[in-house]
Design a protein around this ligand. Structure first.
Ligand SMILES: [Zn+2]
Length: 505
């Protein structure tokens, strides 16, 4: 297939990150059209891209991380977003260790897709947290996959025969390589039912599940020998009636190292309600809204072999292609770009008093108010302030109704990068519709004729701070918050202010 010239970067809307070279190989093969490489890639972007079009009209940017781990994938995603600023969401496609259980009869060659389940947001960072009395406390939660992807996923869950469709897509794209043992990337289609598989080439590709306490017998032994020497250690399962991959939806456990311990695997699966392990996704979920798709190539135990890698990478990629067919390119284009979603704003339009002095007492009171407690508590406060306010801090001139309306319009307009005129109502609605938190500072609220409450955007994603000299404004306090009271300027501050105003200092 000869590549066609690449499109302008703003035409690419889907970012596809592979966590294994075999997944990259499959993704490339699944493209309906391949585009040429970008003519000018920014120097600081070290990713290697494959550009192209996939079912039906999505222009995708594909890259593969060269090293596993949550950090390399975060770096790759950040670079991708800086070069392709118009991406709307991502797909993270790779291979991982499935967790078979009575409830989920996961087999090698199946597909696991991240879907928020129970307490988990689709991806659970199982190694981030601390053990404490009464269990384990996880630090932070990861972002859920974007709604459009979740809806497409729900639609596929209700569709019969998705497994067969995936296999057809993969067969069409990679079928020529079937059975080509000399090709390192060649994908191998099991010709029989998983669980009892014979390769088209005649070589064996077996799916054997060992009991959790049956460890691999030695580094110089194959798993065939594990089975031969201790047949009792194998869990017997009924072969499936069809050879198609099954798709499982639920939480995926993400950590920095490969899980190779079946006892630990089962304990974590129970604790975190997860179906599969992988080693990159956790680095991505907060910076790159995406769905994680894993082909199951092992059982996250000490019996590791590479036989299933190419097949499971291919079916996971096939699922990604089938999922994209469920979404129209118009729907994708209507989404906010990832970059915009991640951006924060600090809108402080003007300095009210250029002689910015006399603030010492105020700052000290604020500091005490905000930084009360031990060093640790202060650190925690600062951390929570930074992480809590994701969308931005907006300064609102609260002198009168007109100035408030104008400032709110200005803030929403700046933050949404809207070029058209925005009216007050839609500006307010913009704040109310944000799913990321914001902080409005209503400065100089001294107008007793105004009910300031009327100007607070509703919803629970934001915070409002009122600065005022009037104690009657305490009525706006949220029950759990205390108001901070400031003394009048001290003599020292007054002298400084006088000198500053006279431009003498
Ligand atoms: Zn073994």
């Amino acid at each position: 297939m000869h590549p066609t010239p690449h499109l302008p970067p703003d035409q690419y809307t889907v970012g596809w990150i592979c966590t294994h070279p075999l997944a990259l190989h499959a993704a490339r093969a699944l493209l309906t059209t391949t585009h040429t490489k970008l003519t000018h890639q920014p120097k600081n972007d070290k990713n290697t891209y494959t550009l192209g079009r996939i079912s039906p009209h999505h222009n995708v940017v594909i890259t593969c991380i060269s090293q596993s781990g949550t950090v390399p994938v975060a770096v790759a995603a950040t670079s991708m977003q800086s070069t392709f600023k118009w991406l709307r969401f991502g797909l993270l496609v790779g291979i991982g260790g499935g967790i078979p259980s009575v409830k989920n009869d996961i087999r090698l060659g199946d597909v696991v897709v991240s879907r928020p389940t129970g307490q988990g947001a689709g991806v659970v960072q199982y190694d981030s947290g601390k053990s404490c009395v009464g269990g384990f406390e996880r630090i932070g939660t990861l972002d859920k996959p974007p709604l459009l992807l979740r809806s497409a996923m729900t639609s596929l869950m209700a569709t019969r025969g998705v497994g067969r469709e995936i296999l057809e897509l993969v067969e069409e794209a990679l079928g020529d390589e079937g059975g080509d043992e000399s090709s390192e990337n060649g994908w191998i289609r099991p010709s029989s039912v998983p669980g009892d598989v014979v390769l088209t080439t005649g070589a064996g590709l077996k799916d054997v599940l060992f009991k959790a306490d049956a460890e691999h017998l030695g580094s110089n032994l194959t798993c065939g020998e594990c089975e031969e020497r201790d047949p009792q250690s194998v869990i017997s399962r009924k072969p499936r009636k069809t050879p198609h991959p099954r798709v499982f939806y639920g939480n995926i456990g993400s950590g920095n190292s490969v899980m190779k311990n079946a006892v630990q695997r089962d304990a974590l699966a129970k604790r975190d309600d997860i179906l599969c392990f992988e080693t990159a996704a956790a680095g991505l979920m907060d910076v790159f809204p995406c769905l994680v798709i894993q082909g199951v190539c092992g059982y996250a135990d000490s019996h590791q072999n590479k036989d299933w890698q190419s097949y499971s990478a291919a079916v996971a990629s096939g699922y990604a292609k089938r999922l994209l067919a469920e979404i129209s390119s118009e729907e994708v284009e209507s989404l906010e770009t990832i970059k915009k979603k991640n951006e924060s704003y600090w809108v402080v339009p003007r300095v009210v008093n250029p002689d910015n002095t006399g603030m010492r007492t105020i700052l000290e009171t604020l500091r005490q108010k905000l930084y009360l407690g031990t060093l640790q508590e202060r650190a925690r406060f600062r951390y929570s302030l930074i992480t809590k306010i994701e969308k931005g801090i907006f300064w609102i001139d609260a002198q009168d109704e007109d100035s408030i309306r104008k400032s709110i319009v200005e803030a929403a307009k700046t933050a949404s990068e809207e070029e058209k005129e925005v009216d007050y109502k839609s500006a307010r609605r913009w704040f109310e519709n944000q799913n990321k938190s914001w902080l409005l500072i209503l400065d100089n609220a001294e107008n007793t004729n105004l009910n300031y409450l009327e100007f607070f955007p509703s919803g629970d994603s934001g915070c409002v701070i009122i600065t005022t000299r009037g104690s009657e404004y305490q009525q706006y306090n949220t029950a759990s918050q205390q108001d901070a009271e400031f003394e009048k300027l001290g003599v020292e501050d007054l002298v400084e202010l006088l000198l500053e105003s006279a431009q003498a200092s």
